[in-house]
Design a protein around this ligand. Structure first.
Ligand code: HEC
Length: 122
């Protein structure tokens, strides 16, 4: 019984690792491929460019596959065709994992205890 628990814990942590690898790879690609220039460095969207943070993975996968095939539904979307063209299936999987599970590290790491205003640096 205990062995079973141990084995399932190991299997679970392997899956968790595999997922965080994809998240990290997706993050790298997101910046490397220039997605952040339009969709924002926090995937929050800029101007006419849609926010992608925490959107549904299935929807984004569908959109990227469509763009990659050279299909756009609006003139605005035509902009995406060139950016999606160089993505492999694994790239799309990694990027959509990163975007759908997006965690804003700036917010998460914020800790008021680090505020040093007014303590005179002592
Ligand atoms: C030059 C600016 C630009 C760059 C760079 C860019 N995009 Fe886009 N993206 C757009 C525009 C414009 C749309 C379409 C918005 C609309 O439908 O009005 C779009 C749409 C999308 C959508 C569909 C979102 C929706 O709400 O329909 C996804 C997903 C997406 N982009 C992902 C990416 C990824 C991943 C990259 C990097 C490989 C990237 N984009 C690079 C401009 C850009």
């Amino acid at each position: 019984m205990r062995l079973l628990l141990l084995v399932s814990l190991i299997v679970f942590s392997l899956f968790a690792d595999e997922k965080s690898d994809r998240y990290e790879r997706g993050k790298t690609l997101y910046f490397q491929k220039g997605c952040s220039n339009c969709h924002g460095s926090r995937a929050e969207g800029t101007g006419n460019y849609p926010s992608l943070a925490n959107r549904a993975k299935g929807f984004m996968t569908y959109k990227l596959n469509t763009f990659r095939k050279g299909v756009a539904e609006t003139p605005m979307q035509e902009m995406m065709i060139g950016f999606a063209a160089s993505l492999s299936d694994a790239d799309i999987d990694a990027i959509t994992t990163f975007l759908s599970d997006y965690v804003d590290e700036q917010t998460e790491k914020y800790d008021p205890a680090y505020e040093t205003w007014g303590d005179g640096g002592s």
